[in-house]
Unconditional design. Sequence first.
Length: 294
Amino acid sequence: MPGSFDFRHVRRAFSRAAAGYDAAAVLQQEVRTRLLESLVYLDDRAPAVVVDVGCGTGHAAAAMKKRWPGARVIALDLALPMLQQARRQAGWWRPFARVCADARALPLAEGSVDVLFSNLCLQWVDDLQAVLAGFRRVLRPGGMLLVSTFGPQTLAELREAFAAADEQPHVSPFASIAEFGDALMAAGFRDPVLDRDLFNLTYPDLPALMRELRALGATNALATRRRSLTGRGRFARAAAAYEPLRDADGRLPSTWEVIYAQAWGPEPGAPVRQGGQEIAAVPVSRIPIRRRSP
């Protein structure tokens, strides 16, 4: 889906949300906790360099710095105000580096990272395979990739309610678990393992759900979105379409599908699939040279 997102809008939305993000991010905190539990698969290995891509307010980076005090932990986010909030998690006793950068162009050296962690960030990228190829580039052979993202059932009720009220989409598209697995394989990762959870949150009404999404920075960032405010008429039609879904307690349901992926950095020269073909990069130093005798 090239060109799906307006990334300036994404940056602005998360910048505005930074100060109050933690209060609204209950689901994000639960997913982060579950993702961090997968670090046990490193066994007793102590990484030298750990990167948290899309770090938000820095809780995962702080947890990994606590787990590995001797590691260089880098918290990376597109929104500078998120990194300013992350400073509170670092503290003087366990500081970690904070870098304002884009997940689509990591400012990191090739093969320099032992653990690359990313919690609920990749749903904001257009070309998943290209971003994962960038992750592979910076990961050392045998390094660990640990990521989560939202799947296509996320906000299905909201998507359908607005579809009944407006021809313009209001909810971003999300990659399926099969598409995510294919992108990992195409990027050349080794031994990928994927899992998924379905969470069901409830709200008193549609405005409450929309307020939470704004507090999370998860506003409509589609490049094709309507640039004017959603009119009262369209919003009322969407609310009416949502209304029949109320549960036995009189609350509106909201489904959130979370995909988890764990994979490992391949050995140098492992191929990447592009255009139906496998392309391998081999260091010049590994190419044998036959020298003629004089």
